[in-house]
Design a protein around this ligand. Structure first.
Ligand code: GLC
Ligand code: CA
Length: 561
């Protein structure tokens, strides 16, 4: 307990609530159809009122937008679409004025092919920056190996001018930086410190588990004889990565006491989590991927309730006394959660709130992705022309070539595309959902007259109100931040339930994550009455201690005893 109380005093981010902004789609302030920094300023009071403590804003650096800003051409400039450096300074000031904090999105695995470093690097084989990226000779007239890019196709792009290939784990316009070169690392650290000196409060660190590549760049085993083979095993969480991470931390945010570091840690499991976070760690928390299957394009799988609770519990337990979890169920890389795990047609409100309660009150710092708090859903565009995402467009092209029908591809994208979560934020029932007075860069979801902030602010049982209540509850009782975690009903296929305990208090979070009624066999030592309920998404009948409690479809309850 003593250790916990030290944490409680010293660390601002353990009892904080994070909110992720996708700036292009959050709020447009000047009618060009693109969200911008001034637009974010206009909505800060909304976020404060919701109970948000810090913002993570997706990239707004200068970029040719091949991957919507994750392809940076100048780390120290703002893309004109979003505003100017003065707008950024004003935003930071306005965030701090409201006693909130701001995290930037740091993209260090790769740059844009328009970054001056890459332009130099590709200009000739003996350019001093040649080795800042990863260049290889062709093998038998073809790519140096069979690695497949996360965004489809080969990870290698041929460059006519010098007759070599460069490596790109993501799009071909996102060449990977060569972290083995100390000059690259120093240049990145200087840039990171420049932002810290400006007063930003920390970073979400993009794709950081990919910075180390397998030495020798060997082919992937290819028993099926495919053209390219999924190559995560060669460039994700590779041996030796921790030397880079340690140095990065020591040279940058490690020197800034209050800076928060959140790593996007694809491929990190609980077995090696303690090398990433905790007393030997290099970051404060991680976005782990084990419950979310990122980059998974299989459709219609629905929610694997047992799989999700096992993955989340594994992380809860692994970081129980050492380290800290970042909790999330949505982001800009995943379709909307109600559309994939909930039931947007029959139990929209109920499934949104039950899924919310399921993850939010675990031990860790919860993040909300813009629009999640009002239950935004997938967009289901009916033409490929409406899609913007490079991953969606690549997938479309590849699958067409493989002879898959257009209808089937659009079905897949409707379920899985990242554009599902990138449609404009639905603020009101005004034209374009109050996002912009101009033509939005990506179409607004047609359901905005029903699903929007303004409407939900007026309804006392709205999803938005539920989120507000849940945030307030977490802030009012430190058990939800510091209490221990124990999974209940490990084998139940409908219910996810867990117990938190702190200093003689107990909280029970129970969620039925199916569209059928469920029965909750209450453990014998739990004496629960309706008077203990502090959060619920259905009206609850008065009840004294009972053995089996029926739960309606997507019912969620929190008891505090
Ligand atoms: C991360 C980002 C994603 C981006 C990729 C490449 O996974 O979240 O949006 O496409 O990195 O930078
Ligand atoms: Ca704008």
């Amino acid at each position: 307990m003593e250790e916990e109380s030290i944490w409680m005093e010293n660390v601002w981010w353990k009892d904080a609530i994070g909110y992720q902004i996708y700036p292009r789609s959050f709020q447009d302030s000047n009618g060009d159809g693109i969200g911008d920094l001034q637009g974010i300023i206009q909505r800060l009071d909304y976020l404060k009122d919701l109970g948000i403590d810090f913002l993570w804003i997706c990239p707004f650096y200068k970029s040719p937008l091949d991957d919507n800003g994750y392809d940076i051409s100048d780390y120290q400039d703002i893309l004109a679409d979003f505003g100017t450096m003065e707008d950024f300074d004003e935003l930071l000031k306005e965030v701090h004025k409201r006693d909130m904090k701001l995290l930037m999105d740091l993209v260090l695995n790769h740059t844009s092919d328009e970054h001056p470093w890459f332009i130099e690097s590709r200009s000739s084989k003996d350019n001093p920056k040649r080795d800042w990226y990863i260049w290889k000779d062709p093998k038998d007239g073809k790519e140096p190996n069979n690695w497949e890019s996360i965004f489809s196709g080969s990870t290698w792009e041929y460059d006519e001018k010098t007759g070599q290939y460069y490596l790109h784990v993501f799009s071909r316009r996102q060449p990977d930086l060569n972290w083995e070169n100390p000059e690259v690392r120093t240049a990145l650290y200087e840039m990171v410190n420049w932002w810290l000196d400006k007063g930003v409060d920390g970073f979400r660190i993009d794709a950081i588990s990919h910075i180390k590549k397998r030495p020798g760049f060997p082919d992937m085993p290819n028993p099926e004889g495919k053209k390219y083979v999924s190559s995560f095993d060669m460039h994700m969480n590779q041996e030796g990565i921790h030397e880079f991470l340690q140095e990065f931390r020591d040279e940058t945010y490690g020197k800034y006491e209050h800076a928060l570091s959140v790593g996007e840690a694809n491929g990190v499991s609980t077995d090696d989590a303690h090398l990433w976070v905790g007393d030997k760690g290099k970051m404060d928390m991680l976005f782990q991927f084990e419950h979310m299957d990122l980059w998974d394009y299989e459709t219609g799988k629905g929610m694997d309730v047992i799989g999700v609770k096992q993955a989340l519990t594994r992380w809860q337990k692994a970081l129980e006394h050492n380290g800290w979890n970042a909790l999330y169920i949505e982001n800009h890389d995943k379709p909307r959660i109600i559309s994939s795990w909930g039931n947007e047609t029959d139990y929209w409100r109920e499934s949104a709130t039950a899924l919310g309660a399921m993850y939010f009150l675990m031990k860790g710092t919860p993040f909300i992705y813009q629009g999640q708090e009002i239950g935004m859903t997938n967009v289901y565009f009916d033409s490929i022309d409406d899609y913007d995402d490079v991953a969606a467009r690549n997938l479309y092209k590849d699958q067409l070539e493989d002879g898959i029908s257009e209808e089937d591809i659009l079905y897949t994208l409707g379920k899985t595309s990242r554009d599902n979560s990138r449609t404009p934020m639905q603020w009101s029932s005004e034209e374009n959902a109050g996002f912009s007075t101009g033509k939005p860069w990506l179409k607004v979801n047609k359901n905005y007259p029903e699903i929007n902030v303004e409407k939900q602010l007026q309804e006392k049982d709205s999803i938005l109100q539920f989120y507000k209540d849940m945030i307030q509850l977490k802030k009012d009782h430190k058990i939800f931040t510091y209490g221990s975690y124990d999974l209940l009903l490990p084998d139940d296929e409908q219910i996810i339930a867990y117990k938190r305990e702190l200093e003689g208090q107990t909280a029970i979070i129970v969620t039925n994550l199916s569209d059928q009624q469920a029965t909750w066999p209450v453990e014998d030592d739990l004496v629960l009455t309706d008077k203990h309920i502090v959060l619920n998404n259905y009206e609850v009948e008065p009840h004294e201690h009972v053995k089996d409690i029926p739960l309606k479809p997507y019912e969620a309850r929190v008891y505090l005893i």
